[in-house]
Design a protein around this ligand. Structure first.
Ligand code: NDP
Length: 325
C-alpha cells in the first residue's frame, strides 16, 4: 500500500501528498484549498512568495477542518533573510494561524527585489546601477547558516514546529549540516519525471532528510501526456498519468506537492496507485531517459533553469547550458 505519511527526523509525521499553491491565483486558491481539505488532503504547501497566503488561510477556515488536523508549510522568502521573525509573523497573520508545522528557507541565497509592492516587508532596494536589475545580496548568500540559526530560534519559540530547506544542493546541505543545531527535516526540490535527481534523492534519504517533490507533474501537467511509460502504466491501472507520477514519487520515498485549482483534478490527484516493483523500475528508467545525461550527472545541481541559480553559480550554469545545447 502507498504510504499515507512519512516520518521526519524530528519524529513528526507528514501526510504523503500535499496540495501545492504556487501560481494558484487569488480568486481561485481559496476554493481550491477548501475543496482539497474537504476531499481528504491534510497538507498544504504555501510560501510568502506566492502572494496568496491570505486566501489560502480563508480556504482553510472555510473547510471547517480543525487547524490541528492540517499540516501547513510555508517558506522564508529570499528577500527576507534579514527579517526572519517579521517574515514568519507576516505569514502567520496572513494565514490566520498561530503556528506552522514546517517553515523552509526557500532558497539558500538572498536577493534584492527590483520592484517592491507597497505595504510589504521592508527590504533593501539595491539595484545594479548599470542594468537596473535586482542584485544578489552576497553577504547574506554566504551566510545562510546565520539565517538557519534564526529559524532554529522559531522552533525554540514554538511558533514553528519543524524547519527545513528548499533548493539546496548536496554541497550546500553538507555545509549546513556541519553547523546546525536542529537538522533540516526536508529539502524541497524539483523532482519531476523529466528531472528526477536520483543522486540527490538517495543522498537525502541516507541522511534522514525527506526529499519533497515540487513540480511533480512537470509544472504544466499537460506535458506529461506524451510520456509513454507513464501512459502505459496509467492505462493498466485505469487512472490518469498524474496519479502514476504522484504515486511514483511517494513510492521512491519523496513527498509530492501537486498543484491544482481544478476541483476534479484536486480530487483525482490524492488517489494513490499501488505500483509494482517492475513498474517502479520502468518509471525510474523512463525518467532518467527523459533527462539530459549531463544534467543528470551533476550532483551539485538543483533546478538549474532558475535565473537565481545561474547567477549564483556561473560555473555550473555553463555546464547546464552545454548539457541543454
Ligand atoms: P505541478 O507539477 O504540481 O503542476 C501543476 C500544473 O499541473 C497546473 O498547471 C495544474 O493545472 C496541472 N495539473 C494538476 N493536476 C493535473 C492533472 N490531474 N492532469 C493534468 N494537469 C494537472 O507544478 P508546480 O510547479 O506548481 O509544483 C507543485 C508545488 O510545488 C507548487 O504549487 C508549490 O507549492 C511547490 N513548489 C515549490 C518550489 C520551491 O522553490 N520550493 C518551486 C515550485 C513549486 P490546474 O491548476 O489548472 O488544474
Amino acid at each position: 500500500m502507498p504510504a499515507s505519511h512519512f516520518k521526519l527526523n524530528s519524529g513528526a509525521s507528514i501526510p504523503s501528498v500535499g496540495l501545492g499553491t504556487w501560481q494558484s491565483p487569488k480568486g481561485e486558491v481559496r476554493d481550491a484549498v477548501c475543496h482539497a481539505l474537504k476531499s481528504g488532503y491534510r497538507h498544504i504547501d504555501c510560501a510568502w512568495g506566492y502572494q496568496n497566503e491570505d486566501e489560502v488561510g480563508e480556504g482553510i477556515r472555510l473547510s471547517g477542518v480543525p487547524r490541528e488536523d492540517i499540516w501547513i508549510t510555508s517558506k522564508l522568502f529570499e528577500f527576507h533573510h534579514n527579517h526572519v521573525r517579521q517574515a514568519v509573523q507576516d505569514t502567520l497573520d496572513k494565514l490566520g494561524v498561530k503556528y506552522l508545522d514546517l517553515y523552509l528557507m526557500h532558497w539558500n541565497i538572498a536577493f534584492v527585489p527590483e520592484d517592491v509592492p507597497a505595504g510589504q516587508l521592508p527590504r533593501d532596494s539595491k539595484k545594479d546601477p548599470k542594468t537596473g536589475k535586482h542584485l544578489l545580496d552576497l553577504e547574506t548568500t554566504e551566510n545562510f547558516v546565520g539565517v538557519w540559526k534564526e529559524l532554529e530560534k522559531l522552533v525554540d519559540e514554538g511558533i514553528v514546529k519543524n524547519i527545513g530547506i528548499s533548493n539546496f544542493s548536496i554541497r550546500r546541505t553538507k555545509e549546513l549540516l556541519k553547523s546546525c543545531r536542529i537538522k533540516p527535516v526536508v529539502n524541497q526540490v524539483e523532482l519531476s519525471f523529466t528531472f528526477p535527481q536520483p543522486e540527490l534523492v538517495a543522498w537525502l534519504k541516507k541522511n534522514d532528510i525527506l526529499p519533497q517533490a515540487y513540480s511533480p507533474l512537470g509544472s504544466t501537467g499537460a506535458s506529461q501526456a506524451s510520456l509513454s511509460v507513464v501512459d502505459e502504466i496509467a492505462k493498466k491501472h485505469g487512472v490518469q498519468g498524474a496519479n502514476v507520477l504522484i504515486s511514483w514519487q511517494v513510492a521512491r520515498g519523496c513527498n509530492p506537492l501537486p498543484k491544482s485549482v481544478t476541483p476534479a483534478r484536486i480530487e483525482n490527484n490524492i488517489k494513490l496507485v499501488d505500483l509494482s516493483a517492475e513498474e517502479l523500475e520502468q518509471l525510474e528508467k523512463g525518467a532518467l531517459a527523459q533527462t539530459p545525461k549531463k544534467v543528470c550527472d551533476q550532483s551539485d545541481l538543483v533546478v538549474p533553469a532558475y535565473d537565481i541559480f545561474e547567477a549564483n553559480n556561473p560555473t555550473n550554469n555553463d555546464k547546464v547550458q552545454a548539457a541543454q545545447a
